[in-house]
Design a binder for this molecule. Structure first.
Ligand SMILES: [Zn+2]
Ligand SMILES: [Zn+2]
Length: 88
């Protein structure tokens, strides 16, 4: 997995949370990979390798939120988060 940014920083694609900034060395390069394509929508008979483009790098919190139903895309969650936070 290639980090977009180096120096051990790998911010979440939704909220920009960075494990290294929060947890120091323990959090360096820690991030979760989320499939942008819902796995159940892929043809199960089709043997398909996971492409890097299919994955979004997200923090554990956003990852859980993405998997809550109804299914949300990265874009939707990000939009929601921005709208929600700007109200405060
Ligand atoms: Zn996040
Ligand atoms: Zn996921």
């Amino acid at each position: 997995m290639h980090a977009k940014k180096h120096k051990g920083e790998l911010p979440c694609e939704v909220c920009e949370f960075d494990f290294k900034k929060k947890y120091g060395e323990k959090g360096a390069l820690y991030i979760e990979a989320h499939h942008k394509v819902p796995l159940n929508e892929l043809d199960e008979n089709e043997s398909r390798e996971t492409l890097v483009e299919d994955l979004a790098m997200v923090c554990a919190n956003c990852h859980r939120m993405l998997h809550r139903s109804p299914y949300q895309t990265i874009k939707e969650l990000k939009h929601w988060l921005n709208a929600f936070n700007s109200k405060r």
